[in-house]
Each structure stands twice: as C-alpha cells, then as structure tokens.
Design a protein around this ligand. Structure first.
Ligand code: FE
Length: 223
C-alpha cells in the first residue's frame, strides 16, 4: 500500500511481475513493468542498456529486497513505508539500499518517455521560470549537478513549497528519505549510461534533458 503522500509513480500497478520468482508471495515486492518497450528510447538509451539496467540491475534490487525482508517485521510492508522505516538505521542499510533502488529505478523509468525532453509548458514552465530564472538556467544547473555528483548516485528535481530545487544524492539515497517530494530523477550510476556514452556522463545528462525527460510525469508528481 502506498502512503497518503504517495507519488504518481505506478509502483503498484496490477501487471508488475515481469520476471517471476517461485519464492515470491502475494505481498512480495514486484518489479514494475517498464512504461515503454526496451527499444523505445533508442538511440538515446539503447535497448541493450535498458535490457541490463532494468532486467538485471532493477530486477536484482527487487530480488534482494524480498530476501532481506522475508520473515522480518518488514515483510508485507509497502515499499515507501519500508524506506521510511529503515532510513538512517545503520543496521538496516542493506534493506534501505535495495528498497531505495527499487523505488529510484521505477521513478527513473517514469521520468523519461520517447520523444520527451526540451522545455516544459504550462505549470512546470512557470515553476522552472520562477525557481531558476529560465529553462536554460535550470538546464545548466541540473546538468552541472548531475555531472558533478561524485561516484554513483542520482540527480533530482524536487518540489519545496511553491518552488523547485535541484539535488543530488549518493548511491541509493533519495529525497523520500528526507521528507522531500521528487518530481523527476536522472540515474547517474555508470550502469545507466556506460554502454552508450562510456565516460561521457555530461552528454548522457544533456540527452536526458533534451530528448527524454517526461515533464507530464513531473507535473503529475506536483499533486
Ligand atoms: Fe541504475
């Protein structure tokens, strides 16, 4: 069950099991279906990258999380509740990392769409203009933040009251663990871009903004 402030991300849509595991139970965490086909983001993100990233990495986080919570008081608890419950608990770091990565990746897939990218319109355009001065200023700041995140992590656009802000988090960390509302995210772990862009993270982030970002999803997350 999603919490009262659950976001628009379809974390619990009915058709979520794309890779069945015989040990799964009815209340196991599921791998949500991708919101597009494996090749839908090509050439910006290749089917090969998506195949590994979704089919191997995202799937592994789901499998690991189910193993870690089995037969504990976290079993059967919704994903966001698990994240909130174990955030900051050093003894539950493995649970946090895997639960957060399940959430982050589902959020990331939905942060993109075929033929996305470019400046938003409507409410998001107004918010970006008010918060950053212009879309170009936002793009410059988001690109620098994402490229500058040292090592593995995530770049986020978050909502803070009536303004937007750019944040980065390391490894699996996410705004939800800090009581903040995410609107979109860009995965800057190397596995997100290395097959297509090698070490050129800034080019991957620029492509994310120019060709992929899903502003409708961002606006839906404003609530
Ligand atoms: Fe990733």
């Amino acid at each position: 069950m999603l919490g009262p402030d659950a976001q628009a991300c379809p974390f619990s849509t009915p058709e979520t099991v794309s890779r069945e595991d015989p040990t799964m139970t009815a209340d196991s965490h599921k791998l949500p279906a991708l919101p597009f086909s494996d090749d839908a983001l090509d050439p910006h993100i290749s089917a090969r990258t998506l195949g590994f990233h979704y089919g191997k990495h995202h799937n592994a986080y789901v499998t690991n999380l189910n193993k870690l919570v089995a037969d504990t008081d976290l079993a059967g608890m919704g994903l966001e509740d698990v994240i909130r419950k174990v955030a900051g608990d050093g003894s539950k770091k493995g649970v946090f990392n895997n639960a957060a990565q399940v959430w982050n990746h589902t959020f990331y897939w939905n942060s993109m769409r075929p033929n996305g990218g470019g400046a938003p319109s409507g409410r998001m355009a107004d918010l970006i203009g008010n918060s950053f001065g212009s879309y170009d200023a936002f793009k410059d700041q988001f690109g620098k933040a994402a490229a500058g995140q040292f090592g593995s992590g995530w770049a986020w656009l978050v909502s803070e009251g009536d303004r937007l802000a750019i944040e980065t988090t390391g490894n699996a960390d996410l705004p939800l663990a800090h009581g903040k509302k995410a609107l979109i995210t860009c995965d800057v772990w190397e596995h997100a871009y290395y097959l297509d862009y090698q070490n050129r993270r800034p080019d991957y982030v620029a492509t994310f903004l120019d060709k992929l970002v899903n502003w409708e999803f961002a606006e839906a997350n404003l609530g």
